[in-house]
Design a protein around this ligand. Sequence first.
Ligand SMILES: Cc1cc2nc3c(=O)[nH]c(=O)nc-3n(C[C@H](O)[C@H](O)[C@H](O)COP(=O)(O)OP(=O)(O)OC[C@H]3O[C@@H](n4cnc5c(N)ncnc54)[C@H](O)[C@@H]3O)c2cc1C
Length: 416
Amino acid sequence: MTLHRKCELVVIGGGPAGMAAAIAAREAGIEDILILEREEALGGILRQCIHNGFGLHRFGEELTGPEYAYRYEKEVKRLGIPYCLETTVVGLSPDRTVTAMNKKDGIFTVEAGAVVLAMGCRERPKGALNIAGRRPSGIYTAGTAQKFVNMKGYMPGREVVILGSGDIGLIMARRMTLEGAKVHAVCELMPYSGGLARNIEQCLNDFNIPLKLSHTVTEIHGKERLEGVTVCQVDGRLQPIAETAEYIPCDTLLLSCGLIPENELTKEAGIALDRVTGGAVVDGGRETEIPGVFACGNVLHVHDLVDYVSEEAVIAGRSAAEFIRGERRKECDIGISVDGRVRYTVPEKITEYKDTSVYFRVSEVFRDKKVVVRSGESVLLSKKANKLAPGEMETVKLTEKMLRECDGKISVSIEE
Ligand SMILES: Cc1cc2nc3c(=O)[nH]c(=O)nc-3n(C[C@H](O)[C@H](O)[C@H](O)COP(=O)(O)OP(=O)(O)OC[C@H]3O[C@@H](n4cnc5c(N)ncnc54)[C@H](O)[C@@H]3O)c2cc1C
């Protein structure tokens, strides 16, 4: 028999986003909350991120991933917020019925007053990259290798090449080096890194690991076990230049080629997704297009720092509490558009007249430009930007006054 119960707020995912949203909702007076988490512990991806660098903005301290997550876990426990571990949500319907399963209860459903989506994201696998060659062992996503090294105590290999310079790849270049491996190169297809500047400094430059920009892996060598890779420079159209081919012997290839928000449940519920972020389209309160369903953290858009994940989750948790109490106001419908230089914004629209931070990422590296927010012909905000890079999330703060003055549309652009 399928168990069925009701709950005011269901939070899907017990990572930093889910925990912060649940805490914010409880602090806003919601008693009946349930966090559903598929892993055996709360904490999400931070459990395997044993390096420091977390929490500088939120706590003014440098914490490791597990330390950062533990602060929230302790609070969840102190507030007595119920959570189910080893419980996977397998369905979400537009009327906010959540279907989940675990060993103890089998399949069960929860009719939720509101739902917060906080499922995080997953790494882009090799299959999606179209590299020629066989499928020898020794090829991992950087996050899988991180789990092996940091949580299971296994070393994936000794001679390493990393494809992709996202933050996980950079962190793993340092981690593998500290564990005694030789990292021959980090190859990046684009002419700039996808990671944070501080990670390039601390994870590559400090260890003399070469970063090969505008380079990619074109061939994988080896039958049973990886024996080497062919690396090529790419031209302006990102096509490999055959004459630059270089063979690098290695037994391990780590892939750090992007993260994909985990939105299968979101799609199933019929929630509209943003083509660029891969996450739900949301308003300033992080409410999706289905009333009462909110989203935050990496499931919404890939964040560079967990501090911003927590900040966003507080917004989602508070908005969910307002929705449950029947106090959520929709006062306006202001769409936010971008030029090509700004790839996306979160939120994509604003429905309340209140101070709102708009997060965005740019499409390439820009120096000495201005971030300009307009409504029609009038400039609402213009701020100088010395450097903007795709790896770093940017923000503009819109005041209630600006929103009241705008004509129903806002654009964010990068200008000279
Ligand atoms: C390798 C790596 C290094 C990083 N380094 C830094 C750093 O140095 N500094 C920094 O600030 N940030 C760093 N980050 C980013 C930071 O870890 C993330 O921004 C943050 O963990 C995202 O939180 P989240 O809760 O959105 O997602 P996650 O932490 O991924 O949590 C999502 C949770 O949802 C659960 N879940 C998913 N689907 C379901 C389902 N169907 N049912 C039930 N549960 C489900 C998952 O099991 C998971 O626990 C790093 C991230 C990675 C991957």
